[in-house]
Ligand binder design. Structure first.
Ligand SMILES: [Ca+2]
Length: 203
């Protein structure tokens, strides 16, 4: 009987222990596990939602960055003309130094590829600068005489606006493209690249 009492007593203690500490003996019960699983699932769902929000925020930041880039692209000294950015330099430099200067401000000597573009540039320089200014543009025939190409793209010019009789390659030393004021108009002339002239950068 004493043994039975001891066994019964041990059983009651074991049941009490399991109720208090769970079958794992480390304080974890099945309801705890269910709770933890639910919590984990809830956290996973929240993380997925946060991921989704982060993607949205990231896309928004990229859009803001694009708008900032667009707004700062044409900051002074550049001006925006028909969606493009130009810098009209009052400094005078040789063609190659002018191109180097343009490159130093993340641009290149200007390319004019249409009558509309030419009219726009000419109109701007006539409105804002002395007509005595002559402007280097980004064209040359340095690589091959008579083969006029645009700097950067190296594409042969499809549009030109030469003065009658130009390009003349006078004395065989005229290999750079100059927007020249003469005979009450601005048109294109080939000129010696070493002359110090105003210049137009574009980006
Ligand atoms: Ca000439």
């Amino acid at each position: 009987m004493a043994v039975r009492r001891y066994v019964l007593c041990f059983g009651l203690i074991l049941v009490f222990f399991v109720m208090q500490h769970g079958v794992f003996g480390d304080g974890t019960t099945s309801s705890d596990i269910a709770y933890l699983r639910n919590t984990l699932e809830t956290m996973q769902m929240k993380l997925e939602k946060m991921d989704s929000k982060l993607v949205t925020v990231s896309q928004g930041l990229q859009q803001v960055q694009r708008e900032i880039n667009e707004l700062t692209r044409c900051q002074a000294p550049f001006v925006q003309l028909s969606g493009r950015c130009y810098f009209f330099s009052c400094m005078q430099k040789s063609w190659s130094h002018a191109q180097a200067y343009c490159r130093s401000i993340s641009s290149h000597l200007a390319r004019i590829t249409s009558q509309r573009g030419n009219n726009m540039i000419v109109s701007y320089v006539r409105n804002y600068f002395s007509v005595n200014f002559n402007w280097w543009l980004g064209g040359n025939d340095m690589a091959q005489e008579g083969r006029w190409v645009w700097v950067g793209t190296n594409k042969v010019m499809s549009y030109t606006n030469w003065y009658p009789g130009q390009p003349s390659n006078y004395k065989g030393i005229e290999h750079c493209l100059l927007l020249l004021w003469s005979h009450i108009q601005h048109r294109w002339n080939d000129a010696p690249c070493g002359l110090a002239k105003n210049f137009i950068c574009q980006k």
